[in-house]
Design a protein around this ligand. Structure first.
Ligand SMILES: *[C@@H]1O[C@H](CO)[C@@H](O)[C@H](O)[C@H]1NC(C)=O
Ligand SMILES: *[C@@H]1O[C@H](CO)[C@@H](O)[C@H](O)[C@H]1NC(C)=O
Ligand SMILES: *[C@@H]1O[C@H](CO)[C@@H](O)[C@H](O)[C@H]1NC(C)=O
Ligand SMILES: *[C@@H]1O[C@H](CO)[C@@H](O)[C@H](O)[C@H]1NC(C)=O
Length: 341
């Protein structure tokens, strides 16, 4: 019944966007559901299926095995998430008490889709590069303007997860340019936060960057025995600027992935993962290879671990589901305090 009503709402939206705000889909919610709305922006840390599906290649790999192998919530099948299972935005949705992570924007027209608890715009990209933050926020603005998302954004939470380092892949050689780039990237994030606040989103959670020098693609050259300190300096500078620019904003909570990841990859006390640097799914081809790749004969061009739960990293830069669970477990208290849950 609920599905039918929501589908009917959608037919109505498509026929007459201007009138569509009269169709109050919230009325179809069961009363148990959390009243939070969650809007997600950013990169592969938070994407739950916005990238195109298709024949196996580097871009579509997330729609193919072994991605999703640990994801009991989705029949252990690939769902377009860049992990063996749930990612950061899924665990945030759970913290907010939502039944499901918000629908990826690409699927919003699918039958039975319910946008009353938010929508996810995250996909590969950074603050400046690719399907970037500004573009993603524009999409939200359009949906609000067309009444597809209710313009009353009270009790809404945004996650700004621009943190996998995509903006720094082409890192300039000169110190002055490096500094300029980091300022540009952090300015773009701060600008995105202001745009969300102007739209009426009342709480914005912003990822600080994790120590990217400890990502497998940066530790592999050291046989996974140490982190790349030069790369970690990018993280420190990026986070320093973000803190300077956002620390005083009362509607912003900075999620300190640097601190939390460091606890895991550089343990001082308890060792949380047996494998902290080696990824579970590792390409055999350093240059351009990827987790999930096959050669012409259908043989795996990657190695896959037996127990992803023992690994913090899934592939060369993304945590496993177990990794995200621990990370978000550490951030749950601060998030609940901030939102007064
Ligand atoms: C906006 O929604 C909240 C509940 O989510 C409600 O309390 C408030 O009255 C609404 N504001 C307007 C102007 O409709
Ligand atoms: C920083 O941004 C400015 C203006 O947007 C641009 O002209 C400049 O090339 C950018 N610098 C870097 C290093 O990205
Ligand atoms: C890399 O580490 C593995 C396991 O710790 C070890 O067997 C191998 O010999 C190391 N290789 C190099 C080149 O150090
Ligand atoms: C598979 O990996 C090997 C290196 O181990 C590489 O030479 C080969 O080109 C790769 N095959 C494909 C189809 O990419």
């Amino acid at each position: 019944m609920k599905t039918l009503l929501v589908a009917a709402c959608f037919a109505f939206f498509l026929l007459n966007a201007a009138e569509s705000r009269r169709c109050n889909c919230d009325d179809n919610d069961d009363s148990e559901q959390s009243s939070y709305k969650l809007f997600v922006f950013g990169d592969s840390y938070a994407d739950t299926g916005n990238l195109l599906n298709g024949d196996l290649n580097w871009y579509t790999r997330i729609w193919h095995e072994p991605f999703g192998m640990s994801d009991a919530d989705h029949d252990n099948k690939p769902t377009g998430r860049c992990s063996d299972g749930l990612v950061q935005s899924d665990f945030l949705a759970k913290i907010l008490g939502l039944d499901d992570a918000p629908t990826p924007q690409r699927m919003r027209r699918n039958e039975g889709v319910d946008l009353s608890s938010g929508i996810n715009f995250a996909s590969g990209g950074g603050a400046l590069v690719g399907w970037n933050l500004d573009t993603q926020i524009d999409e939200l603005r359009k949906l609000v303007r067309h009444g597809i998302i209710d313009k009353n954004l009270t009790k809404s939470v945004a996650l700004v997860a621009v943190s996998d380092g995509s903006d720094y892949v082409d890192f300039p050689a000169e110190q002055a340019d490096q500094d300029k780039l980091i300022r540009n990237v952090t300015d773009a994030i701060v600008d995105g936060v202001k745009q969300l606040e102007d739209l009426g989103v009342d709480s914005v959670l912003v990822n600080l960057m994790p120590p990217i020098g400890c990502n497998p693609w940066n530790t592999r050259m050291y046989n996974y025995t140490k982190c790349d300190d030069e790369k970690n300096k990018i993280t420190s500078a990026h986070n320093k600027y973000l803190k300077e620019k956002l620390d005083d904003d009362e509607s912003v909570l900075l999620l300190d992935l640097e601190k939390v990841f460091n606890k895991i990859v550089i343990p001082k006390t308890e060792r949380l993962f047996q494998h902290r640097h080696v990824p579970c799914c590792e390409t055999l081809e350093m240059d351009g290879g990827f987790c999930g790749q096959h050669d012409g004969d259908g043989n795996r061009n990657y190695t896959l671990c037996d127990k992803p739960d023992d690994y913090f990293f899934w592939d060369d830069s993304n945590p496993t589901q177990a990794g995200w669970k621990v990370v978000m477990g550490q951030l749950e208290g601060p998030i609940k305090d901030f939102l007064d849950i």
